[in-house]
Ligand binder design. Structure first.
Ligand SMILES: [Zn+2]
Ligand SMILES: [Zn+2]
Length: 298
């Protein structure tokens, strides 16, 4: 497996001091830097830009979970081709957001099927229609309601739906033999999460979805996260508990402010959520989080 160094910043923005010669060369050539990490049993992850991609690759089958953006998905496809030059059996989307489906189009004619939850498809179609970008998309041709299962090579892949969380259409994709589950943006590891109320998201239900994930999978399960601080995009149940704690502290804090008679404007001026451990507001989402929590509690 070819590995490339991941650089967060370009030479221009970060300065070139401190970069290794390989990173420096990549920066000068403006080559996007990406990283492939094998986890176990022929399942690995690809990180570059946007939501983490997971994949399974073997002589007898290939499956890819999420697609990032058009440019970065090409890098993944090229790397997979070096390993096995054959069609991809399934591209599976965890949900519809552009940093997970923008690269779907690169799989046109390469992936035999695109799979997602039925609400993932309806959200995806709605957003594409709003942006007049239908021709730049590759929509799911297989959708499911509660769960979906298939066999790819020696691996059994099962998609689960536990209800609305980050959107109304978040699926958890389990490589059952490897015991690795991609939970998409149901996990923002150690960062305040993005929540898409327009796409039917619910903080209250998100806590329940994370409960269900903890009871469905076991202590040996490797969880793959859509996003994480410092590229920490894999982990275990303790990380899910951390996000659950963040959401419940957020709801508690907003709930008690409402009880104290504070106005919406006053609540939106809060600058942090207390007792959330390592969770930080790296994406500047506190206001959006407070507003979503307020809308659910009022
Ligand atoms: Zn995302
Ligand atoms: Zn998302």
């Amino acid at each position: 497996m070819q590995r490339r160094s991941f650089i967060k910043k370009t030479a221009l923005s970060a300065g070139i001091i401190g970069l290794s010669s390989k990173e420096l060369l990549a920066a000068i050539l403006h080559q996007p830097a990406y990283k492939i990490t094998m986890l176990r049993n022929d399942v690995g992850i690809f990180t570059e830009k946007g939501g983490t991609i997971a994949f399974y690759i073997s002589k007898t089958g290939i499956a890819v979970i999420d697609a990032q953006y058009p440019e970065s998905s090409i890098h993944l496809i090229d790397e997979l081709k070096k390993l096995q030059d054959k069609p991809i059996d399934y591209l599976i989307n965890t949900h519809h957001h552009g940093d997970h489906t923008g690269g779907n189009i690169s799989f046109k004619g390469i992936a035999q099927h695109v799979v997602g939850h039925e609400n993932c498809l309806s959200n995806y179609q709605r957003v594409a229609a709003e942006q007049h970008s239908e021709d730049k998309q590759l929509f799911q041709d297989i959708t499911f309601k509660d769960s979906w299962q298939t066999k790819v090579g020696k691996e059994s892949i099962r998609a689960h739906y536990f209800g609305a969380g980050h959107t109304s259409g978040d699926a958890l994709i389990h490589f059952e033999n490897a015991n690795i589950v991609h939970v998409g943006d149901l996990m923002f590891n150690k960062v305040y999460p993005f929540i898409d109320k327009k796409a039917g998201a619910s903080f209250t239900n998100w806590i329940k979805v994370l409960d269900k994930a903890q009871s469905t999978f076991n202590n040996d399960t490797i969880f793959v996260f859509g996003h994480g601080s410092n590229n920490q995009v894999t982990g275990g149940k303790e990380d899910l508990k951390g996000l659950q704690n963040y959401i419940s502290q957020l709801l508690t804090q907003v709930g008690s402010a409402i009880k104290q008679g504070k106005s919406k404007d006053e609540i939106l001026q809060m600058t942090s959520i207390e007792n959330v451990g390592e969770w930080k507001d790296e994406f500047k989402l506190i206001k959006a989080n407070l507003e979503a929590a307020y809308a659910e509690l009022i």
